[in-house]
Design a protein around this ligand. Structure first.
Ligand code: BGC
Length: 759
């Protein structure tokens, strides 16, 4: 009898902590709360106004303050500073009738004050622990400064270098993109959202925003369901599976309907197929923009969004100003408003804001936990991992810390251009520029001479567009001819030239599409002149997108692509240039030979007229007259200061059945003289399918460290799960047959073995 009682007690305790019990408790709490709310207060929770006019002490008197008191605001975003946030939260919980706390969101995209590489750069580390850690540090700092919700991760697959926002995502591949999406969500949310150092993730931009036609931002997206499900949707789903608390609708249309009004995306796929339990917010004025899309007036489009499954309206106030009328006119139902309101309240509940609305407002923590030495050290280490060595003839790199080094280029001494696009919370004036970092690294052992060399762009209007939000260079009244003359004079005195060129940090990112994806001509002229001196030249390339570098690849002996490395970029660049860190980044996006090749990606289909292996042009084959089909640098590519060799691929069996596991292995050897890291990549090709299949798809990767001379066997376990895809009926399954298993150092450089797999 006693043991039965004990069992019952144990069961009750277990139940009390179970997810079901927690959900039931939350439901009871929110039911009770919503019973007391007026219709206007419920609609108020769906409102996320812009917060531009909030400054400390003003919240009460501003228009926003009035709305907060009236219960017409669910949250605010991009307010920086714990005191300001505390002040505004106080208005909500002390002066509004329902005393419901606000959500405070921010674009914490690649770090808070300590910033990490732009996401495209971060992805090139292929290091999931580092990526998770970057998000963890971002969450710790943001939460210490009042923020509980970040508009990240951005998981849009992008295959068109013209699109500026390719900088904000993880590149072209759904498998890698999914792994990174999950690492980011884990980093932000941890395993307990009620802690005061975790924040809620918001996966964006759902969906297919990265496939904008012609790479022009906000442009139309149109694609088959097969491509959607197999190539573009997986990272959003992966983030949802990892428990992301919220998701942001994208600006673009999909299948003729703006994502913000798409019931297919917001309800059928997100909620019904994927079982998403969090809330959906629009992007900035996403509802209002449906008027320009041609979907009706504000009342119509607001109703469309609500009915599609949107829960929160960012900035536009379409919900706030029209939903009551739509309800009266029978165009929407009270249940639709209640459902949306409940999801917003649930998010606040999950974050623990009802228990303590000030839990992220610990002024002390904002002083001790933000931009710490430890965080900056980690950011420096991770930045160095994101750099990709594209070329290194005659081992020019690493540089010696002796002699005279000419450091030349508009990015050599610019703090403001180091953190990269979307670094809202960082202090640009504290970022580490390349020049002081290199000086610091060499001390008295070498002489570093500096010249700016050129502006970013010859045309001042273009320069202005690429340097918005404080990213301009120090004012310099000299002409480009004068800057060039000075650069040559400096270069002529040096043993080696380090040219820091490329994009200014706002030449990529939102609303920064380009049709010319080369280094701006004025900087290319500078580079050409530097090469003519006959001295060895190292190009340290800053960019937020793949650039067309055919000329540079042909003419410059060494190229180190450093993206925008974050607040500690300068030190990280010095670490790699001088060989204190051996570069190990590998591209997550193909670099085209020229802009005419885009969109370009390794996981393309074969076509019925594929070009022969190693061929450039054959009449009546799928190719171009003027360039080969190959990218300049393929997905997965990146050099090291050491070299690696790969053995043939060994399979555990050449034929398998059903749910068996295949192991595929290679032995990788560090054949050079330095210790190094290598990312070993596994690709699979399904040779015959009921629909056409890509020529290869990434299905695994392992980043390993090898000492000089060391060998290691790297093994991948492959199950039928890795062979699954959405077929013509959009059913996710695998098909028996022949598969090519490829392992190698990049998508271009693989060895393969075939396997037959039956059901
Ligand atoms: C961007 C989003 C961002 C939002 C809020 C929009 O313009 O598309 O990525 O989260 O602004 O700042």
């Amino acid at each position: 009898m006693q043991s039965v009682q004990r069992l019952v007690t144990a069961f009750l305790i277990l139940f009390a902590f179970s997810a079901e019990a927690q959900d039931a408790k939350m439901k009871t709490f929110i039911d009770a709360l919503m019973k007391k709310m007026t219709l206007e207060e419920k609609i108020g929770q769906l409102n996320l106004p812009g917060s531009g006019d909030i400054v400390t002490g003003q919240a009460k008197s501003s228009d926003i303050g009035k709305k907060i008191r009236e219960g017409k605001v669910g949250g605010l975003f991009n307010i920086k500073g714990v005191e300001k946030i505390r002040d505004v939260q106080r208005v909500a919980v002390e002066e509004s009738r329902m005393k419901i706390p606000l959500l405070f969101g921010m674009d914490v995209i690649h770090g808070y004050q300590t910033t990490f590489p732009i996401p495209l750069g971060l992805s090139c580390s292929w290091d999931m622990n580092a990526i998770e850690q970057s998000a963890r540090i971002a969450a710790t700092e943001a939460s210490a400064d009042g923020i509980c919700w970040t508009f990240s991760p951005m998981v849009d697959i992008a295959r068109d270098a013209r699109w500026g926002r390719i900088a904000e995502g993880s590149g072209e591949d759904p498998y890698l993109g999914s792994a990174i999406a999950q690492a980011m969500v884990r980093g932000y949310q941890g395993n307990d959202l009620t802690k005061n150092n975790t924040i809620m993730a918001c996966v964006k931009h759902y969906a297919m925003y990265g496939a904008a036609e012609a790479g022009r931002d906000y442009n139309t997206t149109d694609m088959s369901r097969l491509r959607m499900f197999n190539e573009y949707l997986p990272p959003y789903k992966a983030a949802v599976d990892a428990g992301a608390g919220s998701i942001m609708a994208s600006f673009n249309e999909v299948d003729g309907i703006p994502a913000t009004g798409s019931k297919f995306l917001m309800t059928d796929v997100l909620r019904r197929q994927w079982g998403f339990k969090g809330f959906v917010v629009t992007d900035y004025t996403g509802i209002n923009e449906m008027i320009d899309h041609g979907m009706g007036d504000l009342q119509q489009v607001s109703a469309l969004a609500l009915k599609a499954g949107i829960n929160m309206d960012m900035v536009g106030e379409g919900f706030l100003t029209t939903l009551t009328k739509s309800l009266k006119e029978g165009k929407i139902t009270l249940k639709e408003i209640d459902d949306a309101c409940r999801l917003i309240l649930e998010a606040k509940y999950k974050l623990g804001l009802f228990d303590d609305p000030y839990k992220y407002c610990d002024v002390q923590r904002s002083k001790t936990d933000v931009y710490t030495d430890a965080n900056r050290r980690t950011a420096r280490r991770i930045a160095a991992e994101s750099f990709v060595l594209l070329k290194n003839n005659n081992s020019i790199l690493p540089l010696k810390k002796t002699g005279t080094i000419a450091l030349i280029g508009p990015l050599a001494d610019s703090k403001a251009n180091m953190p990269g696009t979307w670094s809202v919370a960082t202090d640009l004036s504290k970022a580490v520029a390349v020049k002081p970092a290199m000086e610091n690294a060499v001390g008295a052992n070498a002489n570093i001479l500096y010249a700016k060399g050129s502006s970013f762009e010859a045309d001042p209007e273009l320069e202005k567009r690429g340097t918005m939000f404080g990213r301009e260079l120090q004012p310099d009244s000299r002409s480009n001819a004068e800057l060039l003359a000075e650069a040559l004079q400096v270069a002529n005195q040096a043993d080696v030239i380090v040219a820091t060129l490329g994009e200014a940090s706002e030449m990529s990112g939102e609303s920064s599409s380009r049709t010319n994806i080369e280094i701006p001509q004025v900087q290319k002229d500078l580079l050409g002149a530097l090469l003519k001196t006959g001295k060895p030249v190292v190009l340290v390339l800053f960019t937020g997108r793949p650039l067309a570098l055919a000329w540079e690849q042909k003419n410059v002996p060494a190229i180190l692509n450093v993206w925008f490395g974050g607040s500690e970029a300068g030190d990280a660049i010095a670490d790699v240039l001088f060989g204190d860190v051996n570069p190990s980044g590998k591209l997550t996006t193909s670099f085209p030979q020229n802009v005419g090749q885009v969109p370009i990606y390794y996981a393309h289909k074969n076509t019925g007229r594929p070009l022969g292996e190693g061929k450039w042009f054959e009449k009546f084959r799928s190719n171009y007259l003027d360039v080969s089909n190959d990218p300049l640098y393929p997905f997965g590519y990146g050099l090291s200061y050491t070299t690696f060799s790969y053995s043939d691929v060994k399979l555990s069996s050449a034929s398998l059945k059903g749910n068996q596991t295949l192991t595929a292995s290679v032995t990788v050897t560090n054949t050079g003289k330095r210790d190094g890291k290598e990312t070993v990549q596994l690709y699979i090709r399904d040779l015959v399918g009921s629909i056409t299949r890509p020529v290869k798809e990434l299905k695994g990767f392992q980043k390993i460290s090898l000492k000089a001379g060391e060998s290691r066997t790297v093994t991948f376990s492959i199950t039928p799960n890795d062979l699954k895809f959405y077929n013509g009926d959009l059913k996710y399954d695998w098909e028996p047959g022949e598969f090519s298993i490829m392992i190698g150092a990049s998508s271009r450089d693989v060895k393969s073995a075939n396997v037959n797999w039956v059901k």
